[in-house]
Design a protein around this ligand. Structure first.
Ligand code: ADP
Length: 404
């Protein structure tokens, strides 16, 4: 009987999961799915490796039962997995953890001390970290004695030079941990690795990866290593996002405190939940809604998003001293041809161009490449796979497991 790896990505109202076979040559996808709407109207979907739906369930059910938290959600996931796999086959559980702080530059085995250390980082990622830890606690309760591994979104960025790691604040604050951590590292690590196969020369050179999902950031990568990132101390900085503003003059915060009387909680709510595409458009945080809306505010929000992409491509190209490849990934990056073409508009001076028909098919027929043949900078669409990246780390940490 083969052993399995269970991968969990616990969010504020969702629990994404994946099951991999821990094969000797690396993890192989077997099942995946998610419970969305935890706390409101939960909805579970479970798919096979080909993406076909195997199970689906909605709550509240006839008895009025509703999974209320990560512990309940993991319980229902396991209940539905029980027909498909034996729980005793699970040889390791891998978790996505958004913030690993300055200390954790690689995946870590989870124990009580690590959970305590990660809980201290909750104020730095209030939308994610508490839920990540809830998922870990739930999994430890359900899988007592099974090794569990934490994989950090910040770890990929831990080798930055001082100038990309700091703010121009008194040195004492840097020492206290006020620094640029960077996020989406598991996605960048996966995409950088994938590019080694798709475009080896570019992957060994200077690359910008644009992870454009509900959260959005860009990373400058040289020879597979992160050089700089648009995200900083928290996942608020850099590009505008679904509900977060991205780069903001800190004077705005002082003004809001002094003139509008906003306290830390009100500012946090504004910055994490009501800004970005949602705040700017007044319509939606979802790029698809903005494209279909006829309200001029929707187009203005898209224009702002795209203008910021162009600016950051310029900035990160400067960090790299030139550019060999630009890669789009995550929900918007993988699916939105309009945003991709807007992002490179006017950047021919950097060697950036996009082939319109390849862009329209997201590069599907050309191995993901959407730049014209012979263009100086290769432009790619590469679907991210954070779960596979976590599975690879977990596999390496716990081994193939064998039958327990
Ligand atoms: P996350 O994992 O951060 O929640 P995703 O990577 O799934 O986010 O990206 C979610 C976002 O992707 C959605 O909010 C939506 O704006 C965008 N998106 C998804 N599909 C499309 C599409 N076909 N066109 C444009 N945007 C899309």
């Amino acid at each position: 009987m083969s052993s399995l790896l269970l991968i969990l990505n616990a969010g504020s109202s969702s629990l994404k999961f994946a099951v991999f076979d821990a094969a000797h040559d690396g993890p192989r996808a077997r099942l995946s799915g998610q419970v969305e709407g935890i706390g409101t109207h939960p909805h579970l979907v479970l798919r096979n490796a080909g993406g076909a739906v195997l199970k689906e369930r909605r709550w509240p059910d006839a008895d009025g039962n509703v999974p209320r938290d990560q512990h309940d959600a993991l319980g229902v996931v396991l209940e539905h997995l029980d027909d498909l796999i034996a729980r005793t086959q699970v040889a390791g559980v891998g978790h996505r953890v958004v913030h690993g702080g300055a200390t954790f530059a690689a995946p870590m085995h989870i124990d009580d001390a690590l959970i305590e250390a990660l809980a201290r980082l909750e104020p730095l990622a209030p939308l994610h970290q508490p839920h990540n830890l809830d998922g870990i606690r739930a999994a430890r309760a359900h899988f007592a004695g099974v090794p569990q591994v934490a994989c950090f979104d910040t770890a990929f960025h831990r080798g930055h030079d001082f100038v990309h790691d700091t703010f121009a604040l008194p040195r004492e604050l840097l020492d206290a941990g006020v620094r640029r951590y960077g996020f989406h590292g598991l996605s960048y690590e996966y995409v950088a690795d994938r590019m080694r196969t798709l475009a080896p020369a570019a992957a060994a050179g200077r690359m910008i990866v644009a992870h454009l999902g509900s959260g959005a950031s860009m990373c400058a990568i040289r020879d597979g290593r992160s050089v700089s990132s648009t995200m900083g101390f928290t996942p608020l900085d850099g590009l505008p996002m679904g509900t977060r503003p991205g780069q903001l003059d800190p004077g705005v915060l002082l003004w809001l405190m002094r003139e509008r009387g906003l306290d830390a909680d009100a500012l946090s709510d504004l910055l994490y939940r009501h800004s970005g595409l949602k705040g700017l458009s007044g319509i939606s945080n979802d790029m698809r809604d903005l494209h279909t809306s006829t309200d001029p505010a929707a187009q203005r929000a898209i224009d702002y998003f795209v203008a910021r992409l162009r600016r950051e491509i310029g900035a990160l190209s400067a960090d790299l001293g030139g550019l060999d490849a630009l890669v789009f990934t995550a929900g918007i990056g993988e699916n939105d041809a309009t945003v991709r073409s807007g992002a490179v508009r006017g950047l021919a001076f950097l060697g950036l161009a996009i082939d319109a028909s390849a862009n329209a098919t997201h590069g599907a027929t050309r191995g993901g490449r959407i730049s014209p043949d012979g263009a100086p900078v290769a432009v790619y669409v590469v679907p991210t796979n954070e779960e596979l990246m976590i599975a690879r780390h977990t596999h390496r940490m716990v081994g193939c497991g064998g039958t327990r």
